[in-house]
Design a binder for this molecule. Structure first.
Ligand code: T3D
Length: 254
């Protein structure tokens, strides 16, 4: 369901249900959650790259999963929420390579990447409203923060299908590259991040997420606390030493 491959310090995760456009099932979500938790705990993994097998990134919830049964979405969403919590709490950079359509919760998963690279043929649609559902898997939290409230209203209420270029213009992706170069470019980005100051990246991610719900004095306080932690890392010491010696730093992720 989720393929795992190591490329040095980068862990490549691939959603692997290409015959169903990588539509999300309980089983796939469990596998993704487990892979993220493992990666988080493994000091040898210093960056992650998430993509989809085949022609799609992910079509969101597998609409065939429950057959004729009426699903208990509130209970089922716990599986999504565990994945989103694991992605957002990951103290390592996560690059997402959006190789094709990303819809519904599939779009949410793509947006939870720290840096998102899209292939020219990729597309994004919130999709929830098309089937009479509300945004989930953190979409209602993240989308207005990424694109502003007015655009989020449009994307959630009208659910247009955005091209990769439109997503780039909105800041939803950082780069659009031809499909045949997607993995090469995304992997180069993940490798670069894997050689960076891992602890500082993790703490930066935490600040960006936390400060949204804080007042300015609280945000300043949290910055000071986390800067204290970053300042005690070996990578900070190395960064300053390298600057003084006029050479590139050799960060160890400690
Ligand atoms: O807790 C809970 O479970 C609730 C949580 C909900 C979270 C959600 O994610 S809700 C949103 C669910 N997703 C959707 O509504 C998206 C539906 N799919 C689409 O809008 C489009 O298929 C795509 C934009 C993803 C791709 O379009 P396109 O034109 O490239 O492909 P297609 O022709 O529409 O689809 C190809 C096949 O995939 C087709 O099957 P067929 O006819 O070849 O046998 C289609 O039915 C199937 N497919 C597409 N999306 C899903 C799917 N099958 C199951 N589940 C899907 N989500």
């Amino acid at each position: 369901m989720v393929l795992k491959e190591r490329e040095g310090n980068v862990l490549l995760l691939t959603l692997n249900r290409p015959e169903r456009l990588n539509a999300l099932t309980g089983e796939l979500l469990e596998a993704l959650h487990e892979a993220l938790e493992e990666a988080g705990a493994d000091p040898g993994v210093r960056a992650l790259l998430l993509t989809g097998a085949g022609r799609a990134f992910s079509a969101g919830q597998d609409l065939g999963e429950f057959g004729e049964e009426k699903p208990d979405y509130e209970a089922h969403l716990r599986r999504y929420n565990r994945v989103v919590e694991a992605m957002s709490a990951l103290e390592k950079p996560l690059v997402v390579a959006v190789n094709g359509p990303a819809a519904g919760a599939g779009m949410s998963l793509a947006l939870w990447g720290d840096l998102r690279v899209a292939a020219t043929g990729a597309s994004f649609t919130t999709a929830f409203v098309n089937i009479g559902l509300v945004p989930d898997s953190g979409m209602s939290f993240l989308l207005p923060r990424l694109v502003g409230l007015a655009k989020a209203q449009e994307l959630l209420l009208l659910s247009p299908r955005l091209s990769a270029e439109e997503a780039l213009a909105l800041g939803l992706v950082h780069k659009v590259v031809p499909g045949e170069r997607l993995m090469e470019e995304a992997l180069a980005l993940a490798r670069r991040l894997a050689e960076g100051p891992t602890r500082a990246y993790g703490l930066t991610k935490k600040l960006l997420l936390e400060t949204y719900r804080l007042s300015l004095p609280e945000a300043l306080g949290l910055e000071a606390i986390l800067q204290g932690q970053a300042g005690r890392t070996a990578d900070h010491e190395e960064g300053v030493r390298a600057f003084r010696e006029k050479r590139p730093p050799r960060f160890q992720g400690r």
